[in-house]
Design a protein around this ligand. Structure first.
Ligand code: VGL
Ligand code: ZN
Length: 197
């Protein structure tokens, strides 16, 4: 059984948003078509408390897009984005997601970021999505959304490692591309057995 996972198509990741991904909104028509056709649709929503540890503004003398060391490893520091309840955290108004069966919110723990829909950035704390999918007999995943080199990348690699069949539809994703992060993401997805098409 297959499910479509639509990752973080929220105002803050679209043009005009706090962490805008170039052409992030250009994927909307194609994603809407895929959602209309999919057997099962799951959405993820980046959902941070104010003052989240992944925000540069939370740390003294730190600028957005710098990398810092957290107890769980390296972490990019981001502009404040997707704050719980804010307009920026809402899904883009052009996203037609009535058919979504599950909306998974992630990044809620103030101390740990969560790019992946499966694990927080310590790579061990589960979100519960694996159990949800397995208990519903879903073993094949198609992923689309934002950003290809962060949340789509980590979700795809984790899903493949957990044994799901994973296809990332690259033309229905857009990337941040920070210091070669897109090339790195592609290499790691391929190495994990993710199908890119
Ligand atoms: C994301 C950076 C920070 C994403 C989320 O959705 O790719 N990127 N938070
Ligand atoms: Zn975030």
């Amino acid at each position: 059984m297959q499910a479509l996972i639509v990752i973080d198509i929220q105002n803050d990741f679209c043009p005009g948003g706090a962490l805008a991904v170039t052409q992030g909104d250009a994927i909307l028509p194609g994603v809407n078509t895929l959602m209309a056709e999919a057997d099962h649709v799951i959405l993820t929503q980046d959902w941070h408390p104010a003052g989240h540890s992944s925000f540069a503004s939370t740390h003294e003398d730190r600028a957005p897009f710098e990398v810092t060391q957290m107890p769980y490893g390296a972490q990019v520091l981001w502009p404040d984005h997707c704050i719980q309840g804010s307009i920026g955290a809402q899904f883009h108004t052009g996203l037609q997601y009535d058919r979504a069966e599950l909306i998974l919110r992630k990044g809620c723990n103030p101390a740990i970021d969560s790019y992946s829909a499966f694990f927080e950035n310590d790579r061990t704390t589960p979100t519960g999505l694996e159990g949800y999918l397995r208990s519903r007999g879903i073993d094949e995943l198609v992923m689309v959304g934002l950003a290809l080199d962060f949340c789509v990348h980590f979700s795809a690699v984790d899903a493949a490692r957990l044994g799901f069949g994973v296809t990332v539809r690259e033309e229905l994703c857009r990337a941040i591309d920070l210091d070669g992060s897109l090339a790195e993401a592609r290499a790691q997805m391929r190495a994990a057995g993710v199908t890119l098409r």
